[in-house]
Design a binder for this molecule. Sequence first.
Ligand code: ZN
Length: 154
Amino acid sequence: MSLDNLRDLYQQVILERYKKPRNRGKTDPVDRYQKGHNPSCGDTIELTLKFNEAGDRIDDVKFEGEGCAISMASADLMAEALRGRSPAEALEMVQKFQAMMRGEAEFPQEFRKLNVMQGVAQFPVRIKCANLSWHTLKAALELAQDAPEFVSNE
Ligand code: ZN
């Protein structure tokens, strides 16, 4: 696949997700809530998580927010990929995503949709947009008690 084709593909996926997100809203109930903000672009996200009864799997993930197509598409793809994962697996995916954006890793076949965000890594100023939802997820999973009102990825 040529670089141009690859660019087209990732732009198509991002635009489609931006226009028709599949995971917008709030989970019911809200087991975790975290706001995130990307000052360099102005993207904001409110992430909600629902766990299963045992509390060891993520049952549902939803997001609300305002921002550029990349930040919103990244949140939508992330929400889908997280369902059924344990918090530990989700945190591993955060690391993997950040490594991918540095050009150091790829997701395996089962998460291949996430690899589309790699296209964004060609535009360094946009990497923070793609990372915002993952950064916010990390805070939502790690900071159960003393969570700040919102996290910033600056
Ligand atoms: Zn942005």
